[in-house]
Design a protein around this ligand. Structure first.
Ligand SMILES: O=C(O)COP(=O)(O)O
Ligand SMILES: [Mg+2]
Length: 225
């Protein structure tokens, strides 16, 4: 990490992940999923199990939760589940979640060094924008793209390439900041250097095992010269 820490001048922009990187949203996911499961007359799912399901978008999360609680035909239930989930998520969005320590400080420092910022998450754009606003983080980002913004989601490189295009930057000078192998794989394939935070979700696996260019314990560390 030290090489990146001392040399942010290598970058014109940073693309920052949302869930598990800027905001600890496990409480929101648990609340919305369990309200959805209650509507479907299914048993609840524990936050520890949800943590392993987060990061691959809402469709994956809902299908994983349905399978986890033993729903007989998760795919057949999906449309109704998605409608209920969306209803509840938008209602509670941000109420059971909090920005991680050092996030505002880190984003301020990146901006102060002239980096242009985009938020790129696999959660739907309609969930991401109000969440960033609720946590006072929206002002940092020129662009906000959710998992439904492009044809494919992370770990596919497409969303990163499209985000670079929107920022007007080249991948080799655009730093990806995330919390999971999803972010790292997308970054590698797109040609963006990548740093991972050590406190996020990473599908329930130890994050230091992921192929990345560096790890930070806080976004504030990223810019601390
Ligand atoms: O899977 C999600 O909904 C969120 O994932 P993210 O880590 O890309 O923000
Ligand atoms: Mg994440």
């Amino acid at each position: 990490m030290d090489t990146l820490r001392t040399d942010l001048s290598r970058f014109d922009a940073a693309i920052v992940d949302l869930d598990g990187t800027m905001v600890d949203t496990l409480g929101d996911f648990a609340e919305a999923l369990n309200r959805m499961l209650r509507d479907l007359e299914l048993p609840p799912v524990a936050p520890a199990a949800i943590e392993r399901m987060v990061g691959k978008g809402s469709e994956h999360l809902i299908l994983s939760a349905l399978a986890h609680v033993g729903a007989p035909a998760p795919a057949a239930l999906f449309d109704r589940a998605w409608e209920r989930y969306q209803h509840h998520y938008l209602e509670i969005n941000g109420r059971y979640s909090a920005a991680y320590p050092g996030v505002v400080e880190g984003l301020k420092a990146l901006r102060a060094r002239g980096l242009r910022l985009a938020c790129l998450t696999n959660k739907p754009t309609s969930f991401a924008k109000p969440l960033l606003a609720a946590k006072g983080l929206n002002g940092f980002f020129e662009q906000v793209f959710g998992g439904d913004a492009f044809e494919r989601k992370k770990p596919d490189p497409l969303p990163l390439l499209k985000t670079c295009e929107a920022l007007g930057t080249v991948p080799s000078r655009t730093l990806m900041v995330g919390d999971s192998s999803n972010d790292a794989r997308a970054a590698r394939a797109a040609g963006c250097p990548v740093v991972l935070v050590t406190y996020g979700y990473n599908h329930g696996e130890p994050v230091r095992g992921v192929d990345a260019d560096g790890f930070v314990e806080s976004l504030a560390d990223l810019a601390a010269a």
